[in-house]
Design a protein around this ligand. Structure first.
Ligand code: GLY
Ligand code: MN
Ligand code: MN
Length: 457
């Protein structure tokens, strides 16, 4: 059922090349002193029960620096006197373990196929790290990812305290490298943008598949299955975050993801779902009528949210503060709700932090997106809003939520049970905003012309 849709996806991009990983490593290491040691640890796998684990995905910093996605790994960079050496500690080859759990590249495979200078068995980490710690001055380490490494660094620091007067060796400080890496990850390269555009194309097609197969009575879980089935069909690694498929009142619960209800005739369904492709996330929301026709009230709210989203996207330009899209979306939404008679206060009052708009729109309009769906990067360095630069990617996702179930506010019956969000991923360029998810329809007439056209599965 997906082949026709898949044909509409652009060619898969080339994977990130070794040259680019090497450039990332150099840019990071050039900010360290020669006596420093950089340690990036994978997190341990999460146990689901007994000997069953949740699907593994490495931490994004490790993948960003060398593309390695297996657990039980540690990347260390040391300055050898001539140059930086980037070394990876990995699980060694082990036929018995590989029979059960899958192939391992081992040290030879890691060195041959990954952009690193040396590979070691993870079993040798303690010895080699002990030696490196004795010789280094500062350790760049994000703690809490590998408790064994934390303990070893900690004990080297204590030893250093005791021996300082005698030998003058050993680390004097632990520094979290996350912010340095985050500053790099915040600005995407052309090949990263290609991965993200592809993730958005796959996800857009998945949304279209869900639209085509919808009809009253379909289960939220069935729409979820179509979306996530298509992600995998198109070779996404899977979901970038748990898919939200909420119809009717469920659409007014921001992170609803139980996805267990049947969609009723007359419901709007809100789908917030994105696939991850080669380590890069997409994050797309569309809201549309299950029966293929917006009611007049639904259409009024949809048109207002779309108007606010288009105005917010216009703000995604070089030199504009990151929060300008949010401020613009809020103004458009508040003004529109005043005109619809839903907000009774003045525009200024409605926009106050606890003003009337906050009853119906209670989240931010966007976040950085990249390797993580809520990606790294400080929004307000030194307390001031960051200005957009070319290469940054931000979501733009205004919404309005009139939960009929709420008892904290009153809403006229006309609007009760309507939840609408429209979300796209927008690349800042030196020119116009580049909507990476533009392939996913959002014009209401176009949506109505697509919904239900495939018949139900
Ligand atoms: N899908 C989560 C979000 O939009 O932030
Ligand atoms: Mn989002
Ligand atoms: Mn989302």
């Amino acid at each position: 059922m997906f082949a026709e849709l898949e044909a509409g996806i652009g060619n898969a991009p080339e994977p990130i090349g070794h040259d680019e990983y090497r450039q990332r490593q150099s840019r990071l290491l050039s900010q360290l002193d020669n006596g420093d040691l950089l340690i990036i640890c994978s997190r341990p796998p999460a146990v689901r029960s007994n000997d069953v684990e949740h699907p593994y995905r490495n931490n994004s910093d490790m993948m960003y620096l060398c593309g390695w996605n297996d657990g039980e790994s540690v990347l260390i960079a040391q300055h050898t006197g001539d140059a930086w050496s980037v070394e990876l500690f990995v699980q060694p080859r082990d036929v018995l373990m590989e029979i059960w759990n899958g192939r391992r590249p081992g040290t030879e495979g890691a060195l041959a196929e990954w952009p690193i200078d040396a590979a070691h068995s993870i079993e040798d980490l303690e010895t080699i790290l002990g030696d490196l710690l004795n010789r280094c001055s500062k350790v760049y380490l994000r703690t809490k990812f590998n408790l064994g490494v934390d303990a070893q660094v900690d004990s080297a620091m204590s030893r250093r305290d005791r021996d300082r007067q005698h030998h003058g060796t050993g680390p004097v400080a632990i520094v979290d490298p996350s912010n340095i890496i985050a500053e790099m990850r915040l600005r995407k390269t052309p090949s990263e943008i290609a991965q993200m555009r592809h993730a958005c194309e796959i996800s857009s097609m998945a949304h279209i598949a869900a639209m085509k197969h919808a009809e009253p009575g379909i289960g939220e879980w069935q729409l979820e299955a179509i979306l996530e089935g298509f992600f995998r069909y198109a070779k996404a690694s899977g979901i970038a975050y748990p898919s939200i498929v909420g119809c009717g009142d469920n659409a007014t619960i921001l992170h609803y993801n139980t996805n267990q209800m049947r969609c009723g005739d007359g419901d709007v369904v809100l789908i917030d779902a994105g696939g991850e492709y080669s380590g890069y996330a997409s994050d797309i929301t569309r809201s549309w009528p299950i029966n293929g026709k917006f009611s007049p009230a639904q259409r009024e709210i949809y048109d207002l949210v779309l108007k606010s989203q288009l105005a917010a996207i216009e703000q995604c330009r070089v030199g504009i503060p990151y929060d300008a899209p949010h401020n613009t979306a809020c103004e458009v939404l508040a003004q529109g709700l005043i005109e619809l008679g839903i907000i009774k206060s003045s525009l200024g009052e409605a926009l106050e932090p606890e003003g009337e708009l906050s009853h119906w729109y209670m989240h931010n309009t966007g976040h950085w997106i990249g390797m993580d769906v809520h990606d790294v990067g400080i929004y307000r360095p030194k307390g001031e809003p960051r200005l957009f630069e070319a290469g940054m990617v931000i979501t733009v996702e205004p919404g309005l939520y009139f939960g009929a179930w709420r008892d904290d506010v009153e809403i006229d019956q006309r609007w009760a049970g309507i939840g609408i969000r429209i979300e796209d991923d927008v690349l800042i360029t030196d020119d116009e905003p580049d909507v990476l998810s533009s392939f996913c329809p959002k014009n209401p007439d176009e949506l109505e012309s697509i919904i239900g056209t495939a018949g139900v599965i």
